[in-house]
Design a protein around this ligand. Sequence first.
Ligand SMILES: C[S@@+](CC[C@H](N)C(=O)[O-])C[C@H]1O[C@@H](n2cnc3c(N)ncnc32)[C@H](O)[C@@H]1O
Length: 367
Amino acid sequence: MTGNQVQADNITMSGGGLYSLATVGAKHVIDLATPRVIAALESLRERKAEHWCFSDMGCADGGTSLDLWRHVIKHIRSTDNSDIQVVYADQANNDFNALVKILHGLTQFDSYLQASANVTVMESGASFYTPILPRASLDLGFSATAMHWLSKTPINLGSHIHMVGATGEEKSRFSSQAADDWQNILLQRVREMKPGSKLVLVNFCIDEQGRYLGNTGGVNMFDQFNSNWQQFVDDGVITVEEYNAMTLPQYYHTVEEFSAPLLHKRSPVYEAGLRLVDIETAVVHCPFAEDFRVHGDSARFADAYLPTIRSWNESVFGGALSSERSLQERREIIESYYNTYRQQVALSPKGHSMGYVHAYMTIEKVS
Ligand SMILES: C[S@@+](CC[C@H](N)C(=O)[O-])C[C@H]1O[C@@H](n2cnc3c(N)ncnc32)[C@H](O)[C@@H]1O
């Protein structure tokens, strides 16, 4: 296994249901996408499916999309009692135990499953870079805040931890990897989609105003991560190699980049029958920064804000540290890293926020 593959393997969300507890903002993003999903579903209704097959790709512990699927089931049940199956897919090292417990009502989350007749769920460890379902079986595929994770890191960045800070050749390597990955995701989906079926994909993006996650005005979150990690090198806490190994295997596409394979007639995706129905961008404000505006307690803000950040990047920072260090030492460095950021937020809270910037798109299979 190459170093880059090892790094891609390090991308896991917080387990034990902590992901959904910490990421209320991600749920707001899915709530905002719900009318789009219902509209896509409505366009399929005349086909009178014998049963419905849905997928939730990159579902994590499933807590953030419970309300979405509750709405979908309610909408179908207004006229139709046919069987419904929701296939939850995530990479194999996801915390599936948490997913199963949340779906089957063993946690504080309010699952739809117990109250729904003729509805079944399946949990799959298949990556969205591979087939998830049999050929021509999917009615509606959904994914939120997941497809920015690349299949591998194309190159370790020399002076930033994220592609939003990359330039020149390094940026091109990321763009090229991301274009290949996006095409692969779509080609894997078109095979499993029924003719006329839809995808609703909600992905991080760089919007028309250059905004992206944690960069919606105020402090740029990724620049702050980067300067703190660099400071750890300067202070002798981590090595230059560990600094370089911390490159997030992520890419935020522009609207043009998302749209290209769905619009260009000679692209393999277009030739396979996928068409862009529509795409729009939207910002969902950081719920913790919004709360802070009301309560004004900076320590409380910092305490609430840090877990949402740790939920998605702690595994990558941890994976960048040398395996020659003891586990205890690695844990201490990571604690100290997040504590540094926590103190910065608590001391000077103004401008810190992790606003979400997404492209919301509906895609159709025409043949
Ligand atoms: C930020 S979470 C999003 C969870 C949920 N969809 C939401 O919006 O709250 C991203 C999820 O994508 C998953 N993921 C990353 N790469 C993946 C892949 N190649 N195939 C399937 N899931 C993947 C991660 O494991 C993680 O659970």
